[in-house]
Unconditional design. Structure first.
Length: 147
């Protein structure tokens, strides 16, 4: 019965991710995807590939394909957001995670956004955040405890 085997492998893979055992999770999702290549299985596999192998372009592509097939499933946005974070694309990650919340309420997405935290507004609002004045005045104010 491939359905039950795939379900068991999926559950074990998600449990391994939650426990931080990414090597096992990668193995579970590779096996479950070979049995039943659903968008959710491929999305989780993409996250595991990015985390363990550092293949970010491939992982992003896999997540985007899964999102095209199931645009309302917030798990795809969660996994793509995590891949973006791993690849150092914080802005893209926050944008995708927020977009995922528009489609479906997901506690894991909310937790990721809380971990990322919110940035304070620039010290001098009419300058860009990257402006040297904003950057260094913000650092000084933070060290003085004024911000």
């Amino acid at each position: 019965m491939p359905g039950t085997e795939a379900e068991n492998l999926f559950k074990k893979g998600v449990e391994a991710i939650n426990n931080g055992d990414m090597v096992s999770a990668l193995a579970f999702f590779e096996r479950v995807t070979s049995i039943d290549s659903t968008p959710v299985n491929r999305s989780y596999l993409a996250f595991c590939i990015a985390r363990e192998r550092g293949q970010f372009k491939k992982a992003i592509s896999m997540c985007e394909e899964a999102m095209k097939e199931e645009p309302e499933n917030s798990l795809h946005y969660l996994n793509l957001g995590r891949v973006y974070l791993l690849s150092g694309q914080r802005t893209d990650a926050m944008q995708i995670l927020r977009e995922g919340l528009h489609h479906e309420e997901n506690k894991d997405i909310v937790d990721e956004l809380i971990k990322l935290g919110m940035r304070k507004s620039p010290v001098i609002p009419f300058f860009k955040r990257e402006n040297l004045l904003n950057k260094y005045i913000g650092i000084v104010f933070a060290r003085l405890g004024l911000r």
